[in-house]
Design a protein around this ligand. Sequence first.
Ligand SMILES: [Zn+2]
Length: 324
Amino acid sequence: MGKMKCIMVHSVGNFNVGLSAIRPPAEGEVLIRVEWTGLCRTDLKLIREGHRDLILPRIPGEEVVGSICQAGTGAGGFKEGDRVYVYPGVWCGECPACRAGAENLCRDMRIMGFHRDGGFAEYVTVPAKSVIAVPQGLNSDHAVFAEPLSCCLNALELGGAMMGKTVAIWGAGPAGTLLCRAASALGAVPVCIEPDDRRRHGIDGIKSTAGRKYDLCIVAVGSTSAYEEALKSLNSRGRLVVFSGLRPAKSSMSVDFNQLHYFEQTIVGAYGCAYRHGILALDFIHSGRIIVEDLITHRMPLEELETALGLVEERQCMKIILWP
Ligand SMILES: [Zn+2]
């Protein structure tokens, strides 16, 4: 097989656009021609600061939609040209987390773009069991939202039953906005908390909770002060979902356990998504129950990744999707 264009991260903070060998599909794998790869804040963190799950050198990119161009032996069910979304995880299927339906917590989890090469390339080779067919009539540039939306659906699932619940979501970026739309689609009443005037206007959010209480609080910004406000904004039996990670140096904060005790409140983490969330997410987008088109502010070629990262860093964009 030939070579392909890709983004290669050599060390933390150092990447280039180069050529790399196309890896032919092994048994049970498929080779995918990438159409779109979504860029998210995690990619910025991974490239500029590193990440717990990153093994270098690496082609990043964990939000991928493309078409099958070759299937290895035993990768049945797919044929050349099929459009697919790639669930970014590879899981063992046997450990306690996998058996509990939380393969994102698999003890052997290998994430595309972190442990193995991802979609900032012309081609990506992935296990056939991690791909999901894109429904007919759903545009690929919309289907690429399946990954970030899956993470939102996982967070909402961990938040408990949604119908009629009041939900406060911190952050009006792509994740916060998708969380709001998904909470709404699930029958909850969400409000977005965003101190940045420019961002808040896009989503009709509020600047702060100002003492109001909510059944569910989800923080989609890596900010300690947002977590502090969220803790203060919990109703009795309220739940706080830790959706955004914090910088390691700022990841400890004080929590009044008596507050949790007297008001029967819960704090729960959320990280990534399971395979089934991908199927759900594609269905939400395909059926129009969750609109994503207006969230795409930039479509850029892979070569402009540096510019794209700058836009994410400066919050000058909503969703950026890249083509190879
Ligand atoms: Zn497992």
